[in-house]
Ligand binder design. Structure first.
Ligand code: EPZ
Length: 422
């Protein structure tokens, strides 16, 4: 297994290009199942998760070709041969469950493996099932698979979700586009990836309003047609690299970044003493004056502070002036980066869903282990500012969500290299 060697090397300066959003692409790709006509996505990120989704769609009989070095996903679901998403693929990536809504809407039946737990939590699918049952689906859990059917087709309904689940919102909205009648989804998730999905569905002929708010209204149509859609910028990659100048000093411009994607995160950085200014090319980030100050963080559904940036923010708080309390309200086990940061000299106490971080002057490089996607990059950020060398192992986690990390950080002066595993 490869590892990444980072050496503390002072301030970072320059530009980092931000790719298309992994979490938008992973819901846009299943949307191809809703139509017989081709769907093409541009600005797609080149990540292992995209390859996994490609394999899943191909296992259903869809044609998926990655053009222009993977930045374009040209797909056609004209001749699907299966409506079953196997455990072997789904267990590797939870987002595979996003084929459930489209398959059910287009074919009236689907068999999708439950994803099973992952490092950050149990990650059940009850909110997906409740929403699809509200549209008339009959769903049974057997041998770890959801057997879903809607023989007479789905019917529009008014449904309020108990929690603003991102994936459940995406599955329900996609299914509702082909249901008979009107669906009103209440307490819907408001993430930019959902806005991006709706904009793509609208280009395919769907009739939807309210995306980005807590109430989304969908008028079912008989069929959807093909489209071409550009994947929205990845706000989590954006937020991650905004932290590089915050942790190391210097000034970095994140190309493609827009303030609307990271409002609450940028506000937290501002409170910590890091300026974020929008330019015509992206977002420029730099410390306002020396050492950052500790700030408290609570993760919430969008537009609150993103859970996917909690681990990275903790790395910044490790060397902040004062004590920061980070509360993780979305996932039940998302502090596995904490013990690794402690190995680097951080002062962190975890009690249940709360981590208390007392800033130290400087971290010390050490061998550390990536435990999940966002934890892996938080350790790299810590290593950028630490004294000496940090080796981050198990970087396959990193490859799921970040393309060209070494190249992007080297480009702003970081001392970082990828070490090929045995
Ligand atoms: C999406 O996951 C993202 N993944 C996650 O990003 C992100 O952390 C999460 O939304 C929250 O923003 C993709 O978009 C592919 P949820 P999702 O349904 O849809 C519970 C990353 O690092 N829940 O909003 O699975 C669930 O257990 C990944 O890129 C239920 O209880 O998130 C969790 O505690 C990690 N029942 C909470 O809700 C359900 O039926 C949020 O889950 C569904 C979810």
């Amino acid at each position: 297994m490869d590892s990444i060697l980072v050496t503390g090397n002072g301030p970072v300066n320059g530009q980092i290009p931000i790719a298309g959003a992994k979490n938008a692409c992973l819901t846009l790709m299943p949307a191809t199942l809703l139509s017989e006509e081709p769907l093409t996505l541009t600005n797609a990120p080149r990540l292992s998760d995209i390859k996994t989704m490609t394999a899943l769609l191909q296992s259903l009989g869809a044609e998926v070709s990655s053009l222009q070095d993977g930045q374009v996903q040209a797909m056609s679901s004209h001749d699907l041969t299966s409506q079953t998403a196997d455990y072997e693929i789904v267990r590797k990536m939870r987002a595979s469950n996003l084929v459930l809504g489209p398959l059910l809407a287009r074919f009236g039946h689907a068999v999708v493996s439950l994803p099973g737990g992952c490092a950050i939590g149990a990650r059940p699918m009850d909110l997906h099932v409740e929403g699809l049952e509200a549209l008339g689906a009959e769903i049974e859990l057997k041998d770890g698979y959801l057997y879903a059917k809607a023989p007479g087709g789905l019917k529009g309904a008014v449904h309020e979700m108990r929690f603003a689940s991102v994936g459940a919102t995406e599955n329900i909205v996609m299914a509702a586009t082909l249901a008979k009648g009107t669906t009103v989804l209440k307490n819907a998730a408001r993430e930019p990836e959902i806005v991006d999905l709706v904009e793509c569905l609208r280009k395919m002929g769907a009739q939807i309003a309210g995306e980005g708010t807590s109430t989304i209204e969908i008028q079912g149509v008989d069929r959807l047609h093909g489209a071409t859609h550009q994947v929205v910028t990845d706000r989590i990659e954006l937020g991650t690299y905004m932290l590089a100048p915050a942790i190391c000093g210097g000034e970095v411009e994140l190309l493609g970044g827009r303030m609307r994607l990271v409002e609450s995160f940028a506000a937290k950085l501002d409170a910590a003493g890091v300026s974020v200014t929008e330019t015509d090319k992206g977002l420029k980030v730099a410390r306002k004056n020396g050492r950052v100050s500790a700030v408290d963080v609570v993760t919430e559904p969008f537009p609150g502070f993103p859970t996917d940036l909690q681990a990275q923010m903790m790395a910044l708080m490790c060397t902040a002036e004062g004590t920061s309390v980070l509360e993780e309200r979305i996932f039940e086990n998302r502090f596995m980066h904490a013990p690794e940061l402690v190995r680097m000299g951080a002062n962190i106490e975890v009690h249940g869903g709360t981590a208390t971080v007392t800033g130290v002057e400087r971290l010390k490089g050490a061998p550390v282990m990536a435990t999940d996607l966002r934890a892996s990059v938080s350790l790299i950020l810590a290593g950028l500012a630490a004294e000496g060398e940090t080796t981050v192992s198990r970087v396959y986690h990193l490859d799921r969500g970040y393309e060209h990390v070494v190249r992007k950080l080297e480009g702003v002066g970081a001392k970082i290299e990828r070490i090929k595993g045995q």
